[in-house]
Design a protein around this ligand. Structure first.
Ligand code: 6GU
Length: 248
């Protein structure tokens, strides 16, 4: 998978070179390229933003640098041409909520281009152009109900969630199936390792019993209890109010 990230803060993506994604890159499973949006500006000041039409606070990213950058990255000519499926990901607080199923879907693409906006966001014609005129899959994604200063931190989150799903990236394929949010609506059970007693807290007896049936049943019950306690909105078929909801 080729991942291109366009941002006005290329250094922000440095952590993506570490750990899991770093290993995936070394193994040739992922290629990550980070680009400075200002390389596609044409004025002396390398301007990327302007005041919003209709008024209001803050600045909006102008469409022209984005159009030039995305054209270059999405439709390279000659030997750099890429067959296969590409998608444009635009992290934005006003996007669709990013979740495990979104990660699994995006993990099927062979080319992802992330357009990281700053300020009040990117001129809306950019998403419209690539979705409606170019016919590209365009995903405007939010990573949660809070406001970040830009799309870079969200892009890091989304890239990590996607790349760990690629074949060969995780050492243990089983850990993919077991974890929270893969079994829809169920959080992961609590886990323990050595020592058997730590500061007076003992590992639950069932886990050292060697009885695989009882262990599986205990884990199922713990996962259900934890889900009810931590995420009542997920438990019981998803009809409960989400966390933070004030009832009455
Ligand atoms: Cl993707 N971007 C910004 N700026 N804020 C967010 C977000 C994204 N997801 C949640 N808040």
């Amino acid at each position: 998978m080729l991942i291109d990230v366009v941002t006005i803060f290329p250094e922000y993506l440095a952590p993506a070179r570490l750990s899991l994604l770093g290993k995936a890159a070394d193994a040739g499973i992922v290629r990550l390229r980070v680009h400075d949006l200002r390389d596609w500006t044409s004025d002396r000041h390398r301007t990327v933003d302007d005041t919003p039409y209709g008024g209001g606070a803050g600045m909006v990213m102008r469409p022209e640098p984005w159009g030039r950058a995305l054209d270059d990255l999405l439709a390279p000519a000659g030997p750099e041409a890429r067959p296969g499926t590409a998608a444009l990901v635009i992290p934005t607080a006003s996007g669709e909520l990013f979740a495990q199923d979104t990660a699994a879907r995006l993990a099927q693409a062979d080319h992802l281009v992330f357009a990281c906006g700053r300020y009040e966001g990117i001129d809306a014609r950019v998403a419209a152009h690539y979705r409606d005129r170019v016919g590209l899959a365009v995903a405007e994604l939010s990573i949660g109900d809070y406001v970040l200063a830009g799309g870079e931190a969200a892009a890091l989150v989304i890239i990590e969630a996607i790349t760990r799903l690629l074949p060969g990236v995780l050492g243990n394929a089983e850990s993919l199936a077991e974890e929270s949010h893969v079994k829809p609506g169920l959080l992961e059970y609590p886990v323990y390792t050595k020592p058997p007693s730590w500061r007076g807290l003992d590992v639950p007896e069932v886990l050292t019993s060697g009885h695989h049936g009882r262990i599986a049943e205990w884990r199922r019950a713990q996962a259900a209890e934890r889900t009810r306690r931590m995420r009542p909105d997920l438990a019981g078929g998803g009809f409960a109010a989400p966390p933070g909801t004030v009832e009455g």
